[in-house]
Design a binder for this molecule. Structure first.
Ligand SMILES: Nc1nc2c(ncn2[C@@H]2O[C@H](COP(=O)(O)OP(=O)(O)OP(=O)(O)O)[C@@H](O)[C@H]2O)c(=O)[nH]1
Length: 207
């Protein structure tokens, strides 16, 4: 995420949408971009750009709607290129598909493994297809628990039923990006080095 010119206050956010096949990644993305649910989506990888005013600030979203590998495992479920590109992540599962929840777990693990040494990175977990309650396999509490234990935000949505849910997800991620960018800034530079050293020595003294 970067700022273009202080006066313009333009914000850029690269958002990677991940999750297993058929969970509604494209539906959620297209809902946010167009307010519409069209039902069937081309199953190809796409990066969409979307210029929009959020809280009085011009914001350029680049949204990478990914395609999950056939047999996702920890090494291929998120690529290095995707991890380098993304400022923030939306991990989508279907509330009616236990396997898709497990894919989100793996993707989360991979993101934390790769990113933890560099900076904090915002992640939102989304349980989609909330309209299909009769087929629910993942209780809301389970999704929320995974999010709390991984320091992520959590929402359940129905891309089929409402626009509002997708709007809240993307706007919340933007908000978290701003916060994490500010905190990452504070932790760089000489103050950050001093803070990190005090943390290390402070901790050692208590061992
Ligand atoms: N009932 C219901 N169906 C949904 C919802 N979101 C998506 N779908 C349907 O689920 C199917 C898959 O949606 P996609 O958006 O293509 O899912 P995807 O995760 O992008 O799938 P891949 O491109 O295969 O990775 C489509 O038939 C959608 O119409 C939802 O909230 N509720």
């Amino acid at each position: 995420m970067s700022e273009i010119g202080h006066q313009q206050q333009k914000v850029e956010a690269n958002i990677l949408v991940l999750g297993a096949e058929n969970v509604g990644k494209s539906a959620l993305t297209v809902r946010f971009l167009t307010r519409r649910f069209i039902g069937e989506y081309v199953g190809t990888e796409s990066i969409y750009t979307h210029n929009v005013n959020v809280d009085g600030r011009e914001t350029l979203f680049s949204i990478w709607d990914s395609v999950c590998p056939q047999n996702p495992n920890l090494n291929n479920c998120v690529t290095e290129e995707q991890l380098r590109w993304a400022d923030g992540f939306i991990l989508v599962y279907s509330i009616c598909d236990r396997d898709s929840f497990n894919v989100v777990r793996q993707q989360l693990q991979r993101i934390h493994q790769m990113k933890k040494r560099h900076c904090t990175v915002p992640v939102i977990i989304v349980g989609n297809k909330r309209d299909l309650q009769h087929r629910r396999e993942i209780p809301s509490e389970e999704g929320r628990l995974l999010a709390i234990s991984s320091d992520c935000d959590f929402f359940e949505t129905s891309a089929a039923e409402t626009y509002h849910g997708s709007l809240v997800v993307f706007h919340q991620l933007l908000e978290s990006l701003r916060e994490s960018r500010n905190s990452n800034k504070k932790n760089t530079g000489i103050k950050g080095i001093v803070r990190s050293m005090s943390a290390v020595f402070g901790r050692r003294r208590t061992e």
